[in-house]
Design a binder for this molecule. Structure first.
Ligand code: ADP
Length: 231
């Protein structure tokens, strides 16, 4: 057995849920609350596409159509991210990954001894996510999220970084329907996978952000005691 760290660490979490369930919003807050890394594959891909890197060129056409990026590309990116700064050991919240059963198996393999604490499914009825996505706007520079009902202070300029706040290409209605169908088909097996592993929890995420966040923290705290969990 290799020597394993003995100091306290943060939780290792996966957030699951349909597009618009609030994964991104809640993951940012959980990361801040627990002092862990927020890893969002969608954000990583959008950044790569905006920068025009090799990775960006490979993923852009899949994303614009609302299709899934092939597993080997996604797994490679997550593997690299989890190994930066000892993140796998220290704790993280994954948002947008895993999205297929194969990705879930690959995640277990990448984590090795540092297994997940909890996979949380954010439950929201489809009518509500459709409204959330139709009004969703995102900063093209830093990824901060807004909504038509909750715009930035001044004229679609990001409050955080001053970037332009826009609608995502894949938030257009046709791509949204495609992403929701894909979610049903590909991601439900991921939910089953974590149910069988005994680490799945559900949270009703149809309420206000603040209320959902409180529920999430209560849930994570009830599973995870930082003082007693070294590995
Ligand atoms: P959403 O979940 O709302 O569709 P994301 O920002 O998580 O949005 O992802 C945007 C796009 O990035 C997806 O539609 C897909 O093309 C790609 N993507 C992100 N994560 C994955 C993943 N785990 N597997 C395959 N494709 C992914």
């Amino acid at each position: 057995m290799p020597d394993l760290p003995t100091q306290a660490r943060g939780p290792r979490l996966v957030l699951l849920g349909k597009q618009g369930a609030g994964k991104g919003t809640q993951a940012v807050r959980l990361a801040e609350h627990y002092g862990i890394e927020h890893l969002a594959t969608g954000d990583l891909f959008r950044e790569a596409a905006a920068a025009g890197s090799d990775l960006g060129r490979k993923v852009k056409s899949y994303m614009d159509k609302g299709s899934l990026v092939p597993d080997d590309i996604v797994v490679g990116v997550v593997d690299e991210q989890l190994h930066l700064d000892d993140r796998a050991a220290q704790g993280f919240v994954l948002d947008g990954f895993p999205r297929t059963r194969h990705q879930a198996e690959e995640l277990d393999r990448m984590l090795g001894p540092y297994q997940l604490d909890l996979a949380v499914d954010l439950d929201v009825p489809t009518e509500i996510v459709l409204h959330r996505i139709a009004g969703r706007r995102v900063c093209s520079n830093c990824g901060a999220l807004y909504h038509l009902d909750n715009p930035p202070e001044s004229d679609w300029t990001c409050d955080v970084c001053g970037g332009e706040v826009v609608q995502r290409e894949d938030d257009q209605p046709e791509a949204v329907m495609r992403r929701l169908e894909l979610y049903e088909m590909k991601t439900l097996p991921v939910i089953q996978y974590y149910r069988r592993a005994g680490i799945l929890a559900h949270v009703d995420a149809s309420d206000e952000t603040e209320e959902v966040f409180k529920r999430l923290v209560e849930l994570v705290d009830s599973y995870f005691d930082p003082g007693s969990r070294a590995l």
